[in-house]
Design a protein around this ligand. Structure first.
Ligand code: ATP
Ligand code: MG
Length: 203
């Protein structure tokens, strides 16, 4: 939704502003006709990257289309994995937690490879409408998978499939390639005030 650039001085001004916005929105909607699968990136240091991706996943499940989730570097299950369970959803968790916990680079690389091989399978499935690669940005930032290989596969993605990638520190090349990029920016996070992660909010 566009918002007025300046507050209206009167009801008449308000009406004129709204009419101008309506004309602008209708023109944009007429121009935007094409539908195709999107490459979507959620990055930044603020909270909400994975949560927003799960929200989109939920919408896509409501269409009845097939969806897949691959969570990289995650050990614990998100409660949504159970709640969203249905025949059209497959959910994989690869990796044994954050790298500073595992301290085993070779094992981390192996589990990322396992996750990526799964991703390639879903990329090739014409019935799969939505693939969520949670924390793939972290995988790339740690150089656990070769970025050229990942970018090449993403460049060749099926036209109608949506792919969502989350995680801090998205590569500039990925941002360039993507259709939709959102940066979650931290303004405040309770962790900084010593408040622990909480069930229902963080996991
Ligand atoms: P969420 O899964 O809650 O949407 P996220 O995907 O944006 O978060 P991650 O980098 O994956 O963020 O980190 C996940 C965990 O770290 C969550 O428990 C989240 O609350 C916490 N977290 C996210 N951003 C911050 C931050 N800026 N400072 C401290 N903790 C954070
Ligand atoms: Mg996340």
């Amino acid at each position: 939704m566009p918002t007025p650039r300046t507050p209206a001085a009167s009801d008449e001004d308000h009406r004129a502003q709204m009419e101008a916005l309506q004309t602008e929105m209708h023109a944009k909607m007429r121009a935007a006709k094409e539908k195709r699968g999107l490459l979507i990136v959620h990055t930044g240091d603020g909270k909400g990257k994975t949560t927003a991706a799960f929200g989109m996943l939920t919408r896509m499940l409501a269409t009845g289309k097939k969806c897949a989730v691959i969570q990289f570097i995650k050990s614990g299950a998100d409660p949504l994995e159970k709640i969203l369970q249905r025949p059209t959803l497959t959910w994989h968790r690869v990796g044994g937690g954050f790298t500073w916990d595992t301290q085993d680079r070779a094992a981390d690389i192996a589990s990322c490879r396992e996750g990526w091989d799964l991703a390639l399978r879903y990329f090739a499935d014409p019935d799969c409408a939505f693939v969520l690669l949670d924390e793939l940005n972290i995988v790339l930032a740690y150089d656990y998978l070769p970025k050229d290989e990942i970018l090449t596969a993403l460049r060749a993605k099926q036209e109608m499939q949506h792919i969502v990638i989350t995680g801090r520190g998205a590569l500039p090349e990925l941002i360039e390639l993507a259709d939709l990029v959102t940066e979650m920016r931290e303004i405040k996070h309770p962790f900084k005030a010593g408040i622990k992660a909480q069930r229902g909010i963080d996991f």
